[in-house]
Design a protein around this ligand. Structure first.
Ligand code: AMP
Ligand code: ZN
Length: 499
């Protein structure tokens, strides 16, 4: 029996909360059940590796929660309408990113904006799988929830938090005293020019933000009490989070740029609608940089998963490189970092193969690695529970892989090795890709076959020594039937080849 036991712990999961600005225990409303919302991509293009850095932080939260025996309900949306080009710097300005993409060179391949959204959503799901992220329970699309978004706008108007203008429906920031609590961008600071606001004479206050935009020329439009138009980006996430996770959720995550305005506006809308706290814990991932620079198309350092793979990158190594730094600090993605990641991924693969072989043909003997591996896994888990300290967790996992490959494993040691690698893979997703399982299975089969052929060769030798020529010939024939040809060498040895 392996000495490693499944960790059933009462451990605390400590995570930095952007709202209280401290690392604190992640508390779930229902004990042991995390209700978690992650802002997904706007599907106007391929998701880049920066986007994936944020999604990977969320994936690691889920894996860590599962590792301590929690149940997780994870919702990550798809934004397929209403995210405007200048939304991040000034409210409701610019073009819808989806429409702009359709008009671009790349957009020419699509018949319409719906087809474009479908294509990039499928690509995003593929990349998600390639980077070995856990599948969320629900991936709602903004366009599937427009009815609830219109109802939310109506309710906010009814309750006095929003108002209609000739251009849309706006949330009145004045009516929500807590505005600014997440980002520090209070209405007062906004008025002092912290954020560019659109000068729109229809708004009561220039820091008010759009819930609904009237636009009967928009390519994706719905009919509402305010005529034809489309929803604001922020109301989409408020509505989808509530639809699947309830009025108050335990944790909400996104990239650092989501803090303001997106998440600040989500809080204002949701709390005005329900009168309850929207979310108890907020997690934001710092931006990914590439070779020390901001990722940008004009600098030519804008990486997609498929682009890196076309240049020969191993998807698991991309994952490794993206999670190798602490999520709250900027990470610099470099070619060297990706190469190092590949070296480390190969260490896990070698450990995995060593374990598979020893499970097949390992000799009896004491478990010489179980205690060390148990200890290392415990340290890796503790590191993850301590605000997702991936550098430490990964180093403990690598130490374990080294122990597994340092000597020929007995069967008992192999069982401990297998358990360690499975636990590490569940926690960090860097030992093997689901598709690697085929490789390991194949390697197991060939090892097993080889052992059996050698055993038949030995049996034939013994038959010859006993002058049982009939048996010796029948063994040769038996292997020949499996296309294995035996050659009797002049030095008395026997070699075999497969035809
Ligand atoms: P978007 O498709 O722009 O809505 O972004 C999807 C997610 O990726 C959001 O949570 C962003 O905050 C996050 N994100 C965008 N760029 C980066 C980056 N360079 N590094 C980390 N996260 C990012
Ligand atoms: Zn969102």
């Amino acid at each position: 029996m392996s000495t490693l036991k499944k960790p059933m712990t009462e451990k605390q999961f400590r995570l930095y909360d952007s709202l209280s600005r401290k690392v604190k225990p992640l508390i779930t409303a229902e004990p042991g059940h995390l209700r978690f919302y992650t802002c997904g991509p706007t599907v106007y293009s391929y998701a880049h590796i920066g986007n994936f850095r944020s999604f990977l932080s969320a994936d690691l939260v889920v894996r860590t929660a599962l590792a301590i025996g929690w149940k997780v309900t994870w919702v990550s949306n798809i934004t397929d309408v209403g995210h405007l080009t200048d939304d991040d710097i000034a409210d409701a300005t610019g073009e819808d990113k989806m429409e702009k993409a359709l008009r671009s060179k790349e957009g020419e391949q699509f018949h319409n904006v719906w087809e474009l959204a479908e294509y990039y959503e499928a690509a995003y799901r593929e990349d998600w799988k390639l980077l070995n992220l856990v599948e969320p329970d629900v991936r709602p699309k903004a366009t599937q929830h427009v009815r609830e978004q219109i109802l939310a706008a109506e309710e906010l108007i009814e309750k006095g938090f929003a108002y209609e203008t000739p251009t849309g429906v706006y949330f009145s920031v004045d009516k929500f005293p807590g505005y600014g609590k997440l980002s520090g961008n209070t209405q007062e600071s906004l008025r002092k020019g912290v954020r560019d606001v659109v000068l729109d004479e229809n708004k009561k206050d220039q820091s008010d933000f759009a819930i609904w935009k009237k636009d009967d020329k928009h390519l994706m439009q719905w009919f509402s009490p305010y005529g034809w138009g489309f929803p604001g980006w922020h109301i989409e996430c408020s509505v989808m989070a509530r639809a699947y996770l309830g009025d108050t959720i335990d944790l909400h995550s996104g990239g650092e740029d989501n803090k303001f305005p997106h998440h600040e506006c989500e809080i204002a809308q949701s709390e005005s609608l329900t009168g309850k706290p929207f979310c108890e814990h907020w997690s934001h991932t710092a931006f990914l940089q590439v070779n020390g620079q901001k990722m940008s198309k004009s600098l030519g350092n804008f990486y997609y998963v498929r682009g890196l793979m076309a240049k020969g990158a191993d998807p698991l190594a991309i994952r490794f490189a993206l999670i190798s730094g602490v999520y709250r600090k900027n990470l610099n993605f470099t070619d060297q970092g990706l190469e190092d990641a590949k070296t480390n991924i190969d260490r896990f693969r070698r450990a995995d193969i060593a374990v598979a072989e020893a499970l097949e043909s390992g000799s009896n003997g004491a478990d010489t690695v179980g205690a060390e591996l148990e200890d290392l896994y415990g340290q890796a888990l503790d590191a993850m529970l301590s605000d997702l300290n991936t550098p430490i967790a990964i180093s403990k996992a690598l130490e374990g892989a080294k122990i597994i490959t340092r000597e020929t494993l007995s069967l008992e040691s192999a069982k401990s090795g297998e358990r360690f690698l499975n636990l590490v893979n569940d926690l960090l997703g860097i030992v093997r890709h689901p598709e690697d399982m085929v490789m390991v299975e194949e390697s197991k089969t060939s090892t097993a076959d080889e052992a059996r052929i050698l055993e038949r060769i030995e049996a034939r030798k013994a038959a010859k020594v006993a002058k049982d020529w009939g048996l010796a010939d029948s063994i040769r024939q038996e292997l020949l039937n499996e296309s294995i040809v035996l050659t009797d060498n002049s030095d008395g040895s026997v070699s075999w080849s497969s035809t």
